[in-house]
Structure formats: C-alpha cells, structure tokens
Design a protein around this ligand. Structure first.
Ligand SMILES: *Cc1c(COP(=O)(O)O)cnc(C)c1O
Length: 355
C-alpha cells in the first residue's frame, strides 16, 4: 500500500515561459504544448512520487519494450476556464480509474490514484495560464503510460513511465462527417483489448480508415468482429443513433470503450426527458430506419469533439443521407454538456472538478 499523503511533488520550473510565442487565436488541436509536464517512473516494483519538469523530449534505449511489444496506454481529458478564470476538469477521477483498467489489461502496474489526481492538479495550477478561455477552446490533457524497461525478451517490462502533457486547443469544428460501415476489418475482438485505451487499438484503426478515406468517407463505423452485423463505435468515439425520438447507444463490452462522454450524454438525455435505450443496434435496422425515414440522427461521442454529427453513412456501395434537423439531439446535448464543463450552468450531477 502506498501512503497517499507521505510524498511531495518535486517541481522544476522553466527558466522562461514560451507562452508569448503561442498564437492563441489559431491553436488547432494537440500541436502546441505547455511549459511543464508531469512524470512518474516505475522501477524496483513501485511508482515514484510525481515530478513536474519543463516539457522536454525523453530518451529511451532502442530495446525499450514499448517499441517492441506495445505496452502503451493513454487517457484524454480537458481543462476549461470559466468567466472568473477558475479552471475546471470534467470527471477526472473516471479517467484515472480507466487508466488503471487499461493498465491492468496490458500488464502494466497500476498508478496510485493520488499520484494521478494530485499530480494533475499541481500541473494544471502551474500551467493555468495556458488554459484558453475563448468559446469552444480548452486545454487538452494527455496522461499516458508506457514500458521503458530494456531488453528484447518478450515479457512485461519491469520499468514504466507515466507522463501528463497538456496542449491548448482551439474549438474543434469537425463539421458533419460521412462514415462507412466496416464489413471486413475490426477495431477489437472478444477477449481482446478494445475496452482499454491501448495505443495499439489506434494503430490498428488507421489502415481501414485510410481505405475509407480513399472512398470519400471521413470515418469508419466499426462493427462486431464476428458477424459485422452490429454497429459498435464511430471511429474512436462511442456511437449514438436517434430513431424517431428515441436515443439508442450500444452497450459497453470487451470490445467497446466505456466513454465518459457517452455515459454523461446518457444521464443528461434522461434528465431532459429523452428516452434513452442501451442496446445492440444492427446494420439491418439502421438501413431499414434510413429507408423508412425513422432514422433522424447519428453521432459520435468522445472528449475531443464532444459530439460529432454524422451526415450520411455508406454500406454495401450505397449511401444513406441523414436529414437536416432544426432541433437535433446532437447539438442540444453538446450544448448541455459543454455548459456544465465550462461552468455556464448548474452541475446537478457533480461532474465538474475544481482545479
Ligand atoms: C477515448 C475513446 C472513446 C471516448 O471516450 P471519452 O471518455 O468520452 O473521451 C470512445 N471510443 C474509443 C475507442 C476511445 O478510445
């Protein structure tokens, strides 16, 4: 057991901040980094207390296990600044818990919760000036963990690094996307690592997504690996489908990631009196609903874009367009969740977390 109180976070600050070199009006997503980062090392069977250092490259031996056997996991969350310059996170403990769920599946030692939470808070206080304030912008926070132990032996590493890096990001206007229902490739499989935020899950998605891109689709709708008859996720987002006035989302499983945006949207929609059903959705049902006009909306849900509306889906060389709606659930729910995240509205769920 680690005594959560008996440590001090060692802080080494930059000599000079680079914040004045940053164009906060043209941030884009994930390409500018703050002055500092948090680092924890695992060796001799224990995680060391977190340290905050200047943001800088890391040096690894060519035999480091991450390069060969892929023990690598990550998280993603956002920090927001309200009108009074108070910095808020959204359900960060859920990210911490999910990091450790991913860690366990990849045979990576779990990180003490206090290291994550206190480390994150300390880092954000030091780099609080970097949290952008303009509408739609936020500080994207990327905690990640990987194997640093040396040697080509195919076994779990005996050393790891946990880092939190942060990136001020602008409003994420992806627009509506056209998606392709995948009939050959799979993102995940029963008994696999689909429920974990494993780096390798993303590597496996890129090639099928490139093929879809060539056909004119921006994203892939993943289907179950066994029959390809059930829809599962929209790219790296959870999927929601609106048939008439009912909102449906697929149940989480071995293959489907337990998204924090997904579960927040379920709770908000229910609270707003929208009927929400968590059940499997077949491609056949989707095509049928598109044909008879009962399919009103489809959207992805995840931290980066929050809600990503779908304009059309392709299946077996045919495209099915979704209607343009005046009162879409996607835009309504996006506003409700971002208003809670940015402290513009009351948070009856207790999700907002003051930094
Ligand atoms: C991260 C992720 C999501 C979304 O999770 P959030 O907690 O809402 O950001 C959904 N699906 C996959 C595969 C993911 O990696």
């Amino acid at each position: 057991m680690i005594d959560n109180t008996a440590y001090k976070i060692e802080v080494t600050k930059v000599a000079k901040s680079k914040i004045n070199d940053v164009d906060f009006d043209n941030l884009g997503f994930g390409s500018v980094f703050t002055d500092h980062m948090l680092v924890c090392d695992y060796k001799d069977g224990a995680w060391s207390a977190p340290k905050i250092t200047p943001y800088q490259p890391i040096t690894l031996d060519p035999s480091a296990r991450i390069f060969h056997y892929g023990q690598s996991i990550f998280e993603g969350l956002k920090a927001y600044k309200d009108a009074e310059d108070t910095v808020w996170l959204f359900r960060p403990l859920d990210n911490c818990k999910r990091l450790n769920i991913s860690a366990k599946r990849l045979a990576i030692p779990e990180l003490p919760e206090a290291y994550f939470m206190e480390g994150l808070k300390t880092l954000l206080r030091i780099d609080s000036q970097w949290v952008p304030k303009s509408e739609g912008s936020s500080l994207y926070v990327r905690p990640f963990m990987f194997a640093t132990g040396e040697g080509f032996h195919a076994s779990p590493s005996d050393q790891y690094k946990f880092i939190i890096a942060c990136s001020p990001s602008g409003a994420y206007f992806s627009g509506k996307v056209k998606v392709l229902i995948e009939e050959k490739y799979s993102r995940s499989a029963n008994g696999g690592v689909g429920f974990a935020k494993a780096a390798g899950n993303y590597a496996g998605q890129f090639y099928p997504t490139q093929l879809a891109n060539k056909k004119g689709y921006q994203q892939v709708i993943w289907t179950d690996d066994n029959t390809h008859e059930y829809i599962e996720e929209a790219g790296a987002m959870n999927i929601f489908v609106r048939i008439n006035d009912t909102l449906i989302t697929t149940p989480i499983s071995d293959r489907i990631l337990d998204g924090i945006t997904r579960k927040s949207i379920i709770d908000i929609a229910k609270e707003e009196g929208i009927t929400v059903i968590v059940r499997k959705i077949t491609v056949k049902e989707l095509v049928g609903a598109a044909n008879d006009g009962s399919l009103k909306e489809m959207f992805g849900a995840g931290t980066a874009a929050v809600v990503s509306p779908i304009a059309a889906f392709g299946y077996k060389d045919k495209d099915y367009d979704l209607p343009e709606l005046e009162n879409s659930y996607a835009s309504f729910l996006k506003k409700r969740i971002t208003d809670i995240q940015t402290n513009k509205t009351e948070d009856i769920f207790g999700w907002r977390y003051k930094v």
